[in-house]
Design a protein around this ligand. Structure first.
Ligand code: DGY
Length: 324
């Protein structure tokens, strides 16, 4: 009997076609496998799973996967997967690095522009019939040109944002576990801030690009927010729990910071109610990688890892395996 693959949600059809040319493939309905119980029930039937980052691939799920050989996440982030449990049960784990860099970096710049120039507040004003007269003092914002951008996390996406920001005339500083090489720093005119505190105090716009780990959970908390100026803008396209949402909502309502653009949330898909009516706060539903070409590339990269492992290709030849 042919090997079986579970794709937990509908994804770009060409990816499903590719998997179907090798295996028997089941595609879950939207949201079905956001539930651990549903995964535990289904997983024994499959040799491979292609989950979304909203699917909790916990120790119990992995334990129940008695035939499971590979988990190929449909994302570059993998904080939804218990890596230790996968390792213990000899299950390979793959992610999708590289292919979403441009899409996420572009989207991040879009959020910066939209918040700093107040696109959505302005649209609401217009649609509410308030645009009666051109206003010399209406919707004054901050230009990206000449502003200082503080990037937290200078991996692929952080670097992609820096490249674009430089082209827009921004001054760039960054905070990262490790300093990037001199050549990259020079190309980007980027200054390294060893202390997060310094970066926060000296930036007009702060953009988060770090992975979610124990160290980065609530990295931007009440204390960090209190270091920002009343016109500082915070952008988050990384992971929601990097920001303490309740504290951010408070800072926005009290206008102790200037605005926020958020594509990710602490308890997705829930969004803190106080963020929903906060001033100059733009909220999008985790769509930074949502371009057709990127979502297809993400799917293909995950599918290729599944094909490789189930067809006994040496693991060393599969570039996007995280472990073992
Ligand atoms: C990822 O890949 O981790 C993004 O957050 C979703 O595309």
């Amino acid at each position: 009997m042919s090997q079986r693959v579970l794709v937990t949600e509908p994804i770009i059809p060409s990816v499903i076609d590719k998997l179907e040319s090798h295996f028997q493939v089941d595609v879950g309905e939207r949201g079905t496998y956001n539930d651990e119980e549903a995964l535990i029930e289904a997983i024994p039937r499959y040799e491979a799973i292609l989950p979304m980052l909203s699917n909790p691939i916990t120790e119990q799920v992995i334990e129940a996967g008695e035939n499971l050989k590979i988990i190929a996440n449909h994302a570059v982030g993998y904080n939804n997967i218990d890596l230790e449990a996968a390792d213990k049960h000899n299950v390979y784990v793959a992610n999708t690095p590289g292919v979403l860099t441009d899409s996420c970096a572009e989207f991040t710049i879009g959020l910066m522009l939209a918040v700093s120039r107040r696109f959505f507040e302005a649209q609401r004003y217009l649609l509410n019939g308030k645009f009666n007269n051109w206003e010399p003092l209406g919707f004054l914002g901050k230009e990206l040109n000449g502003s200082t951008l503080g990037i937290v996390g200078m991996g692929r996406i952080g670097t992609g944002v820096a490249r674009r920001a430089k082209a827009l005339g921004m001054d760039i500083q960054y905070h990262n576990r490790n300093r990037v090489d001199k050549e990259t720093e020079q190309q980007l005119d980027a200054t390294y801030c060893q202390e997060l505190k310094t970066l926060i105090q000296d930036s007009d716009i702060i953009s988060l690009h770090c992975p979610l780990t124990d160290e980065t959970h609530h990295l931007i908390d009440e204390g960090a927010l209190s270091l920002m100026d009343d016109d500082t803008i915070l952008i988050n396209t990384s992971r929601g729990p990097v920001v303490e949402e309740a504290a951010l909502a408070e800072a926005l309502h009290n206008e102790t910071i200037g605005g926020a653009g958020l594509d990710v949330f602490e308890h997705e898909p829930d969004v803190h109610p106080r963020l929903q009516d906060a001033p100059n706060c733009l909220l999008t539903p985790h769509i930074a990688s949502a371009s057709y070409q990127t979502r297809e590339a993400i799917g293909m990269l995950a599918a290729n890892a599944i094909i490789g492992i189930l067809q006994n290709q040496p693991a060393s030849e599969i570039p996007n395996l995280i472990q073992p």
